[in-house]
Design a protein around this ligand. Structure first.
Ligand SMILES: Cc1cc2nc3c(=O)[nH]c(=O)nc-3n(C[C@H](O)[C@H](O)[C@H](O)COP(=O)(O)OP(=O)(O)OC[C@H]3O[C@@H](n4cnc5c(N)ncnc54)[C@H](O)[C@@H]3O)c2cc1C
Length: 416
């Protein structure tokens, strides 16, 4: 009997999972259908480079359906809602897809309207976001025209995709204005709701040091209540104000809105709660989650999505075979942090271990929590791996889904 798998979302997670499943199961055994609302697959890490003229749109966008292997069905249609009890997906055109196993891979949506004033006067004139293709392109023009004044980078609230990208934007802005000989005329301020430069102490100290070295001001514990584009002010709920001439704002993120219309599927932010080790949803045993849509305490990152994919292929196979699930996903995340001037840091961590210094993936390898040219080259090469290895569902040699410990130096081993 052919079992039906429906994957909602053909982004990073939906694509790599469909391709891995297709390789693992014959078409006579498993019918796989991917649903997405459009046919434009965006390499999202490229959005960081676009505003600084370091990449072009053509390099980071490809046809979505072409990233799927043969033998995978593709439906281009928005999801309207899921009937969790009946086991059916209702699409916007009124058609229905029934499934034996459903995978939610619809990522996040940005909700700038949630913040007072953000999409009002000044939006896409002096207030931008580089978290969308259109926003990143428009910001490129604004940066080009910017010759002096105050540039503010603001994270409105958490969680966000790639939590390190806003700091990378600050580092690249420092590099960009130095290249143009304008750095002494541009004040760069990073405004965050966190109490430090990162969520975890060791990385937070390293990043705070780098921000200060590069003369980037940091405003912490700032909960943005209003963005006044006309007056050029961020206004905090506590009454503090941060003035700006140009702002790059990372808006509030939520899960896809159809999740909210699907009784029993999501939480109050429309993310899908699931077991953090098996990725099986709390809604129903035959519903699984991958990537940014998952309500787990891991980072919302492509690397996380990739590592989750390895465990999920195994678990879908086990679920269909009636076997116990593999609870081995440990929250592994791995991120290059571009720091400008051809250098980058690398962090590697999981649910239990914070980013530590040392080397990745073993005692010899890329330096962790340390600026290096090698890490920058790794970040650039990642784009090639994304299209040619990660999305097609191939393993990356030497890098598994579980976090490696061999090269890491826990605090006690480091010199005081
Ligand atoms: C600026 C920026 C920089 C980043 N840099 C990095 C990095 O350096 N390293 C890293 O690991 N990660 C990075 N990321 C994060 C990474 O891109 C995401 O975590 C990853 O793409 C998540 O994959 P996903 O499949 O969960 O979601 P997505 O890839 O976003 O896919 C979700 C899909 O669902 C579809 N969808 C949504 N709603 C519906 C609906 N109602 N009906 C039909 N289809 C729907 C969307 O069209 C989309 O194709 C970055 C992200 C940004 C924004």
């Amino acid at each position: 009997m052919v079992r039906r798998i429906v994957i909602l979302g053909g982004g990073t997670g939906g694509t790599l999972l469909a391709n891995r499943l297709r390789r693992a199961h014959a078409e006579t055994e498993l019918a796989i259908t991917v649903v997405d609302q459009d046919d434009r697959h965006l390499y999202q890490p490229g959005l960081l480079f676009l505003p600084f003229g370091l990449t072009e749109v053509e390099a980071i966008v490809r046809p979505r359906h072409r990233q799927l292997h043969g033998g995978i069905g593709y439906r281009q249609q928005p999801v309207d809602h899921v009937d969790v009890e009946a086991g059916a997906v209702h699409l916007a055109d009124g058609t229905t897809l029934s499934y034996d196993v459903l995978v939610v891979a619809t990522g996040t949506v940005l909700v700038p309207e949630e913040t007072e004033g953000l999409t009002g006067p000044g939006w896409n004139e002096r207030v931008f976001t580089f978290y969308t293709l259109d926003g990143a392109e428009q910001l490129r023009g604004a940066l080009d025209r910017f010759t002096d004044g105050r540039l503010v980078v603001n994270v409105v609230d958490l969680p966000i995709k790639c939590p390190v990208a806003p700091r990378e934007f600050c580092f690249l802005a420092d590099w960009y204005f130095r290249q143009r000989g304008l750095r002494d005329k541009v004040r760069i301020t990073y405004v965050t709701p966190l109490d430090g430069a990162f969520t975890k102490p060791v990385a937070s100290r390293t990043l705070a040091g780098l921000l200060s070295e590069k003369d980037i001001e940091v405003v912490t514990d700032f909960n943005t209540g209003e963005v006044d584009g006309r007056g050029g002010r961020l206004v905090g709920y506590d009454g503090r104000e941060v003035p700006f001439d140009l702002a790059a704002v990372i808006p509030v993120h939520a899960g896809a809105s159809y999740v909210g219309r699907s009784t029993g599927l999501g939480d109050e932010l429309d993310f899908v709660p699931c077991d953090e080790h098996t990725l099986q949803s709390h809604a129903k045993p035959n519903i699984f989650v991958i990537g940014d849509a998952a309500g787990v305490p891991a980072s919302k990152a492509g690397s996380v999505t990739h590592f989750e994919g390895e465990v999920l292929v195994e678990n879908i196979g086990r679920y269909l075979a009636g076997a116990p699930l593999d609870a081995s996903y440990d929250g592994h995340a791995n991120c290059f942090i571009e720091t400008g001037f051809g250098k980058a840091l690398l962090i590697d961590f999981n649910y239990d271990t914070e980013p530590l210094p040392g080397h990745f993936p073993s005692t010899i390898g890329l330096p962790l929590l340390k600026e290096s040219r090698l890490n920058h080259l790794g970040k650039l090469m990642f784009q090639w791996f994304y299209w040619h290895s990660l999305l097609p569902g191939r393993d990356i040699p030497g890098i598994g889904s579980s976090m490696p410990t061999a090269g890491k130096r826990p605090p006690a081993e480091r010199k005081a």
